[in-house]
Design a protein around this ligand. Structure first.
Ligand SMILES: [Zn+2]
Length: 494
């Protein structure tokens, strides 16, 4: 079927309707799509959009927020305010409420002309056809939440992708290549204890068997596979980038930190994800009576551990890195016994792999010196005992820094610049937390977009991003995807 495209009017929430000279608008080409959503409508291709026309494409803020709050009826969590929407979320992966949100996602994206594919991990790909058959440019994130999560972590990214599909439909826009929205399963790792497990299987970095056999936390008998089956999301398509290739992955996410809000900025152009290493540190001294053992005769594992933890903070700060201890156990655990053994976790992070290594190397040296009676941590520390303690390191996890793709970073930066019109509102950032985009980036060009969240709080019912900031983020996401689509078309033509 041949159609002649003769008009483009951007209506709805657009900044102003566009006028084009008829000559510039007339193109003749084949439209092969059979979905009712596309029938009877002249399609405008994204490659033919001028910079000004692209700029004028806006998301519908009310529609976006209404959709977010609509799906938050499934898995509503703890109330924190008096307004209807002032509750958190508790939508664990593959629960009944996750199924309800997934069903809405499938129905909605199908009604917008997408074909929907569910893979063997329940990852759900809604793909809107483009002018050419090729892997899609995707917006991806997750619909599951922490048990005491909020309404924006993950959820905003999915809804922004759906809003993009709606805007394309509103304006009869046809992309050069397919575009899509991906809902990745169990990103949070809250119910099945590996974070980002399903994007990890798609990237072929985690085996399907290991993921399917993951048991739920809390003592239940369900596994990921049994729950995928139970809610009807165990797809027949292999969970692999080979079966469901993606051309590029963009993820809009709340920052989960305080920087954008503090700097009064609106968009973080995410360059990558910082490197980290996790260790278990064992300090071995000697149990002894607290009343009868003078300082000079002690090998106090707790006192030494406290010094090591404080020193890790000092060394990390010197390298502009982070060091944290989140788990600490001591034995025997008695008021009047000096602990002979302490075990603590140590988490070292930096955007640069070499910095993590440098902090680790310095700490290994200093921990040994401090435990054997030195005061590398603090020259004024009273050396009351000559007893040496043993410090033993176990490396638990190593995660290298992730550098997102320059093409995707450039698309996000250009999109943010045109949506906000003020470079001062945009900053480059490195993500402190892991995201599905980490695994996506192993298999396709990827980047992320951050928006501010109130007080930097997430994984908390009170997690909040203003409607204005949600809409700005969604608009930057849409523009990033469309700019990337244009880039693919330009490269094809060369
Ligand atoms: Zn998330």
């Amino acid at each position: 079927m041949l159609r002649t495209v003769t008009s483009l009017s951007l209506s709805g929430s657009a900044k102003g309707s566009l006028t084009r000279s008829p000559a510039a608008l007339t193109t003749t080409r084949k439209i092969s799509r059979s979905h009712p959503a596309f029938q009877g409508k002249a399609q405008i291709s994204t490659a033919s959009l001028s910079e000004d026309e692209l700029k004028s494409l806006q998301v519908d803020r009310n529609r976006l927020m209404n959709d977010i709050h609509h799906t938050c009826q499934w898995g509503t969590g703890k109330r924190w305010g008096s307004q209807t929407t002032e509750t958190g979320m508790s939508r664990l992966a593959l629960s009944d409420t996750d199924k309800q949100a997934r069903d809405w996602f499938v129905q909605t994206t199908k009604s917008l002309g997408c074909s929907v594919t569910v893979d063997a991990m329940g990852n759900t790909f809604a793909i809107r056809p483009g002018r050419h058959e090729a892997p899609p440019t995707c917006a991806g994130s997750h619909l599951d939440t922490q048990p005491t999560g909020g309404r924006y972590d993950g959820i905003l990214g999915i809804h922004a992708g759906i809003e993009m599909l709606k805007v394309l439909q509103d304006h009869n826009l046809e992309t050069e290549y397919p575009v899509g929205v991906v809902n990745w399963t169990n990103e949070e790792g809250a119910r099945f204890p590996i974070s980002m497990v399903a994007s990890g299987v798609w990237a072929e970095e985690i085996s399907l068997e290991r993921a399917h056999n993951l048991g739920e936390v809390g003592g239940g008998t369900a596994t990921m596979k049994s729950e995928l089956e139970r809610i009807g999301y165990l797809g027949s398509v292999p969970a692999s980038h080979r079966s469901m290739p993606i051309a590029a992955h963009f993820e809009l996410h709340i920052e989960q930190g305080p920087i954008l809000e503090a700097e009064k900025q609106k968009i973080g152009v995410v360059q990558g994800v910082q490197a980290y290493k996790w260790f278990t540190i064992d300090v071995a001294g000697r149990d002894a009576h607290t009343g009868t053992t003078p300082f000079s005769a002690r090998a106090d594992a707790m006192l030494t551990a406290a010094r090591l933890i404080a020193h890790s903070h000092r060394v990390a700060a010197k390298h502009s890195a982070l060091a944290s201890t989140g788990v600490l156990t001591l034995s025997p655990g008695s008021v009047n016994t000096i602990p002979g053994n302490v075990r603590f976790s140590l988490d070292i992070r930096s955007p640069v792999d070499a910095t993590v290594e440098a902090v680790e190397a310095q700490l290994r040296k200093d921990f040994a010196a401090i435990a054997s009676g030195g005061n590398a941590d603090d020259p004024s520390f009273p050396q009351t005992s000559k007893h040496k303690l043993a410090v033993d390191w176990t490396t638990d996890t190593t995660s290298a820094a992730v550098n997102f793709h320059p093409d995707c970073i450039a698309a996000v930066r250009a999109a943010a610049g045109s949506v906000l019109g003020d470079e001062g509102l945009v900053r480059d950032m490195v993500s402190g937390a892991g995201h599905d985009s980490v695994y996506a980036s192993r298999r396709c060009p990827t980047s992320m977009i951050f928006v501010p969240c109130r007080n930097g709080v997430s994984h908390n019912p009170e997690e909040h991003t203003s409607p204005e900031d949600c809409a700005i983020g969604a608009e930057v996401l849409m523009h990033s995807v469309l700019r990337y689509d244009q880039l693919r078309a330009q490269r094809e033509r060369r």
